[in-house]
Write a protein that binds this ligand. Structure first.
Ligand code: BJW
Ligand code: ZN
Length: 270
């Protein structure tokens, strides 16, 4: 449902979400902006100084793996110093405390999973009987559409693994290599022109169709197929609540549109 003047008040957002049994939360770079992670588009965004086709395509990696790793190495160093924001933490608490809430993120920074781990740790410290979930279950509940900055994948044999060490991109010879086959590893993220993990994507669309509400936080809504998760939910009859300082293509689908930063609005909303 939508009209040309979406509702702007937080209480309406709370009611919309409170009335739904199953909820998906679709997030983008804006939610991590409050943690100090740069967004992609807009002033100060990563694409202001870099062309996506030079850094975030398979062609770019084939042409100049050193340049691509230099950029990802810098981003890994920056993100490793960032903490989940109050919005990540509020969503993690919300999802851990109620069945039927799933977070689907386009972000590769791991901050939702980190927030879920912190929340699970706190719940484990709570008196016995108050927590039913394990940390692994809570961290696993986050669906990461575009992969992870802290994983590498081998283009040769397909092996993928967690990786947090710093990247030496001084030359092609110093780039990380596969233990099994020696091929130069790549970041395990989804670049333009590449398919998303089919299981993660199918599960996300399935959840979108079943959801009674879809909360969209901090995405420009221009990258497909992620953005269409919100439209699939809307078509299936879900109420759409958007949190973003700026209007986006998703705004026209939104029943409740909350203009502001995630860190200001999300903790109040959920
Ligand atoms: C705040 C805030 C605060 C600020 N609080 N909010 C159909 C039609 C047209 C094109 C396509 C299509 N299907 C596929 C395509 C091609 C392409 C695409 O979508 N292109 C469009 C850009 C035109 N898609 C793909 O190639 C995808 N693959 C695919 O579909 O495969 C099959 C296929 C291939 C080819 C043709 C057809 C089919 C893959 C997309 C992979 C995207 N990868 C990236 C990089 C990941 C790795 C990395 O991090 O380096 O993912 S690009 C980048 O954009 C990143 C993000 O996850 C993604 C989305 O960005 P996001 O999160 O929305 O961030 P921003 O910066 O755009 O917006 C931030 C928002 O936050 C703004 O709205 C701010 O206002 C707000 N904000 N501060 C709350 N404090
Ligand atoms: Zn290999």
């Amino acid at each position: 449902m939508s009209d040309s003047s979406p509702n702007l008040d937080i209480e309406s957002g709370r009611q919309a979400l409170g009335g739904a049994r199953r909820i998906i939360v679709l997030t983008g770079a804006g939610i991590s902006a409050d943690s100090g992670v740069p967004t992609f588009r807009g002033p100060g965004g990563l694409w202001k100084d870099h062309r996506p086709e030079d850094l975030a395509t398979p062609g770019a990696f084939a042409r100049d793996p050193r340049l691509v790793w230099e950029w990802y190495g810098c981003r890994r160093t920056l993100v490793a110093q960032c903490e989940p924001s109050v919005a990540h933490l509020a969503l993690a608490r919300w999802a851990a405390g109620r069945d039927g809430i799933r977070i689907i993120t386009q972000n590769v920074d791991g901050l939702h999973a980190e927030a879920a781990r912190r929340c699970a740790r706190k719940r484990q410290l709570a008196p016995a009987g108050t927590s039913e979930r394990t940390p692994a279950q809570d961290a696993g509940a986050v669906l990461e559409l575009h992969g992870s900055l802290f994983r590498t994948r081998c283009p040769g044999c397909g092996a993928s693994r967690e990786s947090r060490e710093s990247i030496d991109a001084t030359s092609e010879a110093t780039l990380p290599r596969c233990d099994r086959c020696g091929t130069t590893l790549r970041p395990d993220v989804v670049w333009f022109g590449e398919s998303l993990d089919s299981q993660v994507l199918e599960r996300s669309f399935e959840l979108a169709e079943q959801a009674g509400a879809c909360l969209v936080v901090g995405t420009s809504g221009v990258v497909q197929p992620a953005a269409s998760i919100a439209s699939v939910s809307a078509r299936a009859g879900a109420v759409i609540v958007e949190v973003n300082p700026e209007p986006t293509p998703i705004t026209k689908l939104a029943d409740v549109s909350l203009r502001g930063r995630a860190a200001e609005i999300v903790p109040e909303l959920v």
